[in-house]
Ligand binder design. Structure first.
Ligand SMILES: Cc1ncc(C[n+]2csc(CCOP(=O)(O)OP(=O)(O)O)c2C)c(N)n1
Ligand SMILES: [Mg+2]
Length: 589
């Protein structure tokens, strides 16, 4: 075999940058979000040589690129790839990487780095990005030898996508990008200690779960993002068909089971349904599938499902007994475990009274809002959007805040990978770039970012990406002129004292909580003008009667579009279980 110093022929010798890009192509990557700079220019030059096989999209901010790559990953299941230059480019990716870690998203982040001889010398645009990201990646590489590039990329894809998915960082010094060698794309990987085998439930564990189901009187399924990332949605549906057990989902799990199904109890947790939270409280068996007992789900964790037996299935052994001890902890690929369970499972002996109880709670405490409000409420806008789009196979992304929770409550998801939300990190600014990533993967699908005015402004520059890259993303902007979720906490827990939660000029009465509760007279900023400045279609709507026609116009528009909807700022997301409390403290109105 040829080595770096003894090339076979001149043509076989290529640069580290070309090897990296060729490796991406070899791994099936068809789109990358990449923002250039001095330390990554060789990589960008290489990208132009592969432009027939790999589309490079220029985001307007590296964070946008990171979330767009996540949009690809979350909607398709394959690894998303983003690239940035060293220093500020790399640090701009940090939030998207941390976000991918908390939501278990397979993300490959590639950064340029100063040349190896300059590392550690505070060179221009040098940051120790591997050090910065050590705690927020599944794994990270600083590549110091061009002969390692093909192997590192191969390992990065294995690590990002095997077992519990997560982000992998590859830091590429400029001299390694420029150095040349003969690549070996079939090289063996070197991953000592890395578990390549998918963990699988043992037959006796599967029998134990089946027995627990058979004996249960009040069983519940608590389904999370693991069902989505583990592609186990079909198996979950089969399990429910065979057993008739009601299902509740986390924010990450929405779509894993159809919300419109009679046995769906919708979302649980802080802003989950009353009926899901009651049911978990009363359950005698909780089947926790691909979940992590997050505090936004459990509230006071010792009280969560206190009287129930807990079965916890997760692919990541470190999740088992982490936040909540399980009676039957099972380290397994959830798809495998459910498929095995479905072979032997029988319905509980008698849980009809329980299902009836759940249905009664559901009838008694539906998600509700003031339908007589003369203007447009956020809940009304989302409900109308749902009616208009449910048969169009859309993908919905969201920012973070009240609008995010209302989207989770009022848009009824039927399929996995159709609701994309920054859930664990809760990153404002996620919605628009994530939608861009989805649209790049699914050019013909309707992709809608339901956003808040605060969140939207965190990555508003990505409207430029939408227009210039011909990505016809739609933005339903629920514009309450406030950081609504924080306002809600101020109102509930801080006597309504406004502390920098108004997004308009500081001389407006709203800035100090003295508005009329509906909205400021002069709205700020002019989102329609901004969107038009970027080349997008845009409209503003405030009258209830105009909402549906405006939504139809947005959906039909041939190109990116922003619909700025005036909504009140004193609506609260309900129900609400205050942080650290239990279902007994649930606020219903
Ligand atoms: C990057 C970031 N900064 C701050 C927060 C804290 N935070 C959570 S929700 C929220 C308000 C969001 O406002 P907006 O996007 O307008 O949504 P709304 O609640 O008004 O619907 C804030 C500031 C956050 N989640 N992310
Ligand atoms: Mg807002």
């Amino acid at each position: 075999m040829a080595t770096a110093t003894e090339p076979k022929t001149k043509q076989d010798v290529v640069s580290g940058a070309d090897i990296l890009v060729q490796s991406l192509v070899n791994h099936g990557v068809d789109t990358i979000f990449a923002y250039p700079g001095g330390a990554s220019m060789p990589l960008h030059q290489a990208l132009t040589r592969f432009s027939d096989r790999l589309r490079t999209i220029l985001p307007r901010h590296e964070q946008g690129g990171g979330f767009a790559a996540q949009g690809i990953a979350r909607s398709s299941g394959k690894a998303g790839v983003c690239m940035a230059t060293s220093g500020p480019g790399a640090t701009n990716l940090v939030t998207a990487i941390a976000d991918a870690k908390l939501d278990s998203v397979p993300l490959i982040a590639i950064t340029g780095q100063v040349p190896t001889h300059a590392i550690g010398g505070d060179a221009f645009q040098e940051t120790p990005i591997v050090e910065v990201c050590r705690g927020i990646t599944k794994h990270h590489y600083l590549v110091t030898d061009v002969n390692d590039v093909a192997r590192v990329v191969k390992e990065a894809f294995i690590i990002a996508t095997t077992g519990r998915p997560g982000p992998v960082l590859i830091d590429m010094p400029k001299n390694v990008q420029q150095a040349k060698t003969v690549p070996d794309f079939d090289c063996p990987v070197d991953l000592p200690g890395f578990e390549m085998e998918t963990p699988k439930a043992r037959p006796e564990q599967v029998k134990q779960i089946a027995a627990a189901i058979r004996l249960s009187k009040r069983p519940m399924i608590y389904a999370g993002g693991g069902i989505v990332s583990g592609e186990a949605s079909e198996e979950l549906r089969t399990l429910v068909k065979k057993t008739g057990i009601p299902v509740t989902m986390t924010v990450m799990g929405l779509g894993a089971f159809p919300a419109e199904h009679p046995l769906s109890l919708d979302m649980l947790g802080m802003h989950g349904s009353v009926y899901a939270n009651y049911a978990v409280e009363q359950a005698d068996l909780l089947l926790a599938l691909g979940v992590r007992f997050d505090d936004r789900v459990t509230g006071k964790v010792e009280e969560f499902c206190k009287h129930g037996k807990i079965v916890h299935v997760d692919i990541d052994a470190s999740e088992l007994n982490k936040n909540k001890p399980a009676h039957i902890p099972v380290c397994s690929d959830v798809k495998y475990a459910l498929a095995e369970l479905n072979k032997i499972v029988e319905a509980p002996e008698d849980h009809s009274a329980w299902v009836e109880q759940c249905n009664n709670w559901k009838a008694e405490h539906p998600f509700r809002y003031n339908e007589d409000f003369p203007g447009i409420t956020q809940q009304h806008a989302i409900s109308e959007l749902y009616k208009l789009t449910k048969d169009l196979d859309p993908v919905i992304t969201v920012g973070v805040g009240q609008h995010q929770m209302w989207a989770a409550q009022y848009y009824k998801f039927a399929k996995p990978r159709t609701f994309l939300s920054s859930s664990g990190l809760g990153t404002m600014g996620f919605g628009l770039p994530a939608a861009i990533g989805v649209q790049s993967q699914f050019p013909d699908r309707l992709v809608i970012d339901i956003d808040g005015d605060g969140s939207f402004q965190m990555n508003i520059q990505e409207l430029g990406t939408c227009y210039c890259e011909k990505l016809p993303v739609k933005v339903l902007l629920l514009n309450n002129q406030h950081l609504g979720m924080v306002v809600q906490w101020e109102d509930r827990f801080m006597q309504g004292n406004r502390a920098h939660t108004y997004l308009g000029p500081i001389h407006h009465p709203e800035a100090v909580g003295k508005g009329d509760g509906l909205g400021p007279k002069e709205r700020y900023p002019d989102f329609v003008q901004i969107a038009k400045g970027y080349g997008c279609g845009a409209a503003y709507v405030r009258d209830k009667a105009d909402l549906v026609p405006a939504l139809k116009e947005m959906i039909a528009y041939d190109g990116p579009y922003v619909l700025d909807v005036e909504v009140p700022y004193q609506e609260h997301v309900l129900p609400m279980i205050p942080s650290g409390h239990t279902v007994r403290d649930i606020i219903k109105e």
